[in-house]
Design a protein around this ligand. Sequence first.
Ligand SMILES: [Zn+2]
Ligand SMILES: [Zn+2]
Length: 250
Amino acid sequence: MKLTVVGCSGSFPSAESACSSYLVEADGFRLLLDMGNGALGELQRHCGLYDLDAIFLSHLHADHCIDMCAYFVARYYRHDGGRCNPLPVYGPEGTEHRLTTAYADTPSASSMSEVFDFHTVKPSTFDIGPFTVHTERVAHPVEAYGIRVEHGGKVLTYSGDTGVSPALDELARGADLFLCEAAFTHGKENIPDLHLNGREAGETAARTGARRLVLTHVPPWTDPQVNVVDAREVYDGPVHLAAPGQTYEI
Ligand SMILES: [Zn+2]
Ligand SMILES: [Zn+2]
């Protein structure tokens, strides 16, 4: 698998990065995990506008899904004639309704579904193209999922947004790459069931035997280097900081 960080800023975009969005590729198949603010623009640095094969939305906070409205426009009013075929979109209950109303207050009820084929995510194991994925509810104020993506004997785990959670531990167990949010700062914001800090991300990686930890979803007001140091204090494996355009072979 190849992972490309499209955007990694937490909660709102920074001057350097769009919000959460990660491109996962294998066997010529492109799966996008989340499409937060600004992600659609950045995505076009890494693949064509219509080259995605599926999208997974971890939850419906704007910093993870709002550019789906822009992507709807690109697919529905396609300029070279014709409308795009429905693209599989996996998201929590109510994804289609939320995106439809976010796009316009008087939307055509069916227009989103003309270009997106919505699937409701539950905690389960299923295939998306060549990937076997496992989803679990994680600890966040809204229905939110973490995802374990397996291909060719390798494992990528993406936390989505979550506090410390046994479900996240299950998803991250033995992962070759653990892409984990670290929105908070240890000692400053230890709020349960909302976000992780660097230390908690490191503890989760250590507990689950993840082989590599990539911290992401750090908001502009959080010092990312503090989170890296905090994670390294409790986790012996390599700790990276996600950056736009960064790629990883898994
Ligand atoms: Zn978020
Ligand atoms: Zn969130």
